[in-house]
Unconditional design. Sequence first.
Length: 308
Amino acid sequence: MDATERVSPAGSVPVDAGPTGSVPVGAPPAGAGRRGGRVTGLALACHPGPALAVTALACALALGSGLGGPRSALVTAAVLMGQLSVGWCNDAYDARRDARAGRRGKPAADGTVGAAAVWAAATVALAACVPLSLACGVLAGTVHLAAVAAAWLYNLRLKATALSWLPYVAGFGALPAAVALSLPGGPAPRWWTVAAGALLGFAAHLADTLPDIAADRAAGIRGLPHRLGDTGTRLLLPLPLLGATAVLALGPPGPVDAGSAAALVLAGAAAFAGPVLGRRWRKAALAGAVAVAAVDLALLLVRGVAAA
């Protein structure tokens, strides 16, 4: 899923009026002739932080569900290829806009690597994701590929619309479902795992966008958080975070145990602390969301992702 790092517009690079995703013209790319520079540029253009975080989450869920080493490795590889394709697609598609804004640290925009090369990498990763996903099982693979398709749709169309939240909800909700369906016999995922994943996805979208609402608005992006504004997004964010933990703690049958009660308290503290501290620390809301996600992952691992 996208979690783009943005910086203040400085050192703008002029661009032509070509198609979206084009790179500056009139000067050779900064990484031209330096293979190491291009390789590093490609590595940075995939959004390595979010890509590795989601992949690690999938790996933990797979191992925790009892898939075993080889099968867990297959699920992990499929998720990694999907995340790489999404990250590269995002950077390539936004290259022209990022260059206009002078956003440094964006390899496809600053010329470290050409946008065409980033598009090629995204295509190769997507092509590899298809057989890897289907090798986990036809239904599991279809669910995962639908989530990857939703993420591409976010990059290419929905990011600037009121439906910007939808790919996040679909992608995060699909992850525990795909892991469950990869188990022998393809058992149905537990409803509360899918619901919690979807709520965390909604929260991730709000938290990731919150620090950059003003800059994004200036660039013409009008996703849901931009329409809500800084205050509205900050007030809404704790609700899906707490909702995800509540679903995991209260959804399974039986009484709420001490571990679930403690998880609710920890998640509540992190959910509200992030937005409150956000005015002093730019990434506080995202850090709070990550903390709640860690609590929820622990609950998921304890309770399992599939119906018995």
